[in-house]
Design a binder for this molecule. Structure first.
Ligand code: SF4
Length: 448
């Protein structure tokens, strides 16, 4: 890496490939993967870089990226240089932060695909990377493109979202800002819809509108939406677009079909006959470099070298021959990945906690392992252990949240419609054992 390559492109607390952020267990380097995808060669490069410049510990993020933890002091530049040399950087260095396009990990392959969003996803990524003005967006600014796949994260709010309304070659895409595609009658309807061919110009116009109107400190679409309101925002958008927006009852009443829970684990058929997706989760989102090397080998043998990360801190191997799928799933299990949705650890997420983060009030990772052991007979709907209110490990509200208040002690919340934050407080200042007892009972109660 040349001297002109800055390790701190601009001030931000978010890790990037060129911005290694200090944490309690060393530096964190985030590698943004286009559409969550990488090949075996890139996976090996990441594993080797994590061994050479860090402690060999990796993390799958909830935006389908990978990050290297424990980067050694003084090794930051060499690590970034190795990753850039492996082709894992953006087209332009300043574009690293803006590569936040969330798509289904089964894009182009899912049996429920309404349209193949792959070409449009590449167009949107290209737009974000090649437009210098967009490089100033917050590293958290995210765009979601949903092709109607059955394997899709529909709970993570994004600054802009687009979702296929029908199943055809060139569907209308409903869109909205600062939220998610609506799934229930009570959800906020889309702002409007456009034909898929007009989506790139729509997104480009929305981004320029945001950058023109957002004031100091207004870094996310929700700030603009709160300031202007939907009607004014739409009016401003209409004034800039050379085509009309589609509005009316059909758009207002459109709801995104629900997706099955835990579909990211196990074997799923593809739309391509005889092919399957094989998915497995990383225990508490972590893996080591040896595991990543093992996954690269497996991908080369069974999935044409392809690996896809998911927003559930898991991975799928695509295009596996149906006849090999069970063998591949077993091999993923042998590598230490979670392949059974019924296991409590498949339903628990935990942030870095006090072992990796100065803000953590409890060792959430260690506590999560103890909790999983307690809940082995009664897996809960989903539990998120959070070291503080920042909620790094989950971009959505989990059915149950344990929020650390002190070492080994937590407040327990239950997700509840209409209640902001983590939901309804169920109990305060619980020991882990007491929390486990309550959750074991709650496991029998359907999710709210
Ligand atoms: S949620 Fe809080 S404690 Fe956990 S990783 Fe984020 S900042 Fe650290």
């Amino acid at each position: 890496m040349s001297e002109s390559t800055s390790l701190s492109v601009r001030p931000s607390a978010c890790p990037g490939l060129l911005r290694i952020v200090a944490s309690r267990d060393g530096g964190i380097c985030r590698i943004k993967l286009p559409c969550g995808q990488l090949d075996a060669r890139a996976a090996r490069a990441i594993a080797e870089a994590a061994e050479r410049h860090a402690d060999g510990v990796l993390e799958a993020t909830n935006r389908a990226n990978l990050q290297i933890r424990g980067v050694h002091a003084g090794a930051e530049r060499s690590l970034s240089a190795d990753l850039l040399a492996a082709g894992l950087g953006p087209r332009e260095l300043a574009a690293d932060d803006v590569r936040n396009l969330l798509v289904s990990p089964a894009i182009g392959l899912d049996i429920a695909t309404r349209f193949d969003a792959g070409p449009l996803a590449r167009q949107l990524l290209d737009l974000l990377e090649r437009t210098p003005r967009f490089h100033g967006l917050s590293p958290k600014f995210g765009v979601q493109l949903d092709g109607g796949e059955s394997l899709a994260m529909l709970e993570h709010p994004n600054d802009i979202w687009l979702s296929a309304m029908s199943a055809d070659e060139a569907p209308q895409l409903a869109f909205g800002v600062a939220g998610c595609p609506p799934r229930h009658a009570r959800d906020c309807p889309p702002l409007a819809a456009v034909p898929a061919a007009q989506a790139p110009l729509l997104v480009e116009t929305l981004l320029h509108l945001f950058l023109d109107l957002a004031g100091d400190g207004q870094t996310r679409m929700r700030h603009l939406r709160e300031m202007l309101g939907d009607e004014t925002l739409l009016e401003r958008l209409r004034q800039r677009l050379p085509f009309p927006l589609c509005q009316g009852t059909a758009v207002d009443n459109w709801r995104r079909p629900a997706t099955p829970a835990f579909a990211h684990l196990g074997i799923r058929p593809q739309r391509q006959p005889g092919r399957a997706l094989v998915g497995a989760g990383f225990v508490l989102g972590r893996l080591d470099s040896a595991t990543l090397l093992g996954l690269a080998d497996l991908a080369e043998r069974f999935s044409g070298g392809q690996l896809r990360l998911t927003p559930w801190q898991s991975l799928i191997l695509p295009d596996v021959a149906q006849i090999d799928a069970a063998v591949v799933l077993g091999a993923l299990g042998n590598l230490g990945l979670l392949i059974d949705a019924a296991r409590p650890l498949s339903r628990i997420v935990a942030c870095s906690g006090s072992s990796g983060c100065a803000r953590g009030l409890a060792d959430t990772k260690a506590d999560a392992l103890r909790l999983a052991d307690r809940l082995r007979l009664a897996p809960p709907a989903g539990v998120h252990l959070c070291g503080c209110r920042r909620s790094c490990a989950a971009a959505h509200v989990a059915p149950y949240t344990l929020l650390a208040v002190a070492d080994g002690r937590y407040d327990l919340f239950r997700r509840t419609d209409g209640l902001a934050g983590f939901g309804q407080p169920l109990a305060r200042n619980l020991s882990l054992d007491a929390a486990g007892e309550l959750l074991a009972v709650a496991g029998a109660i359907p999710d709210a």
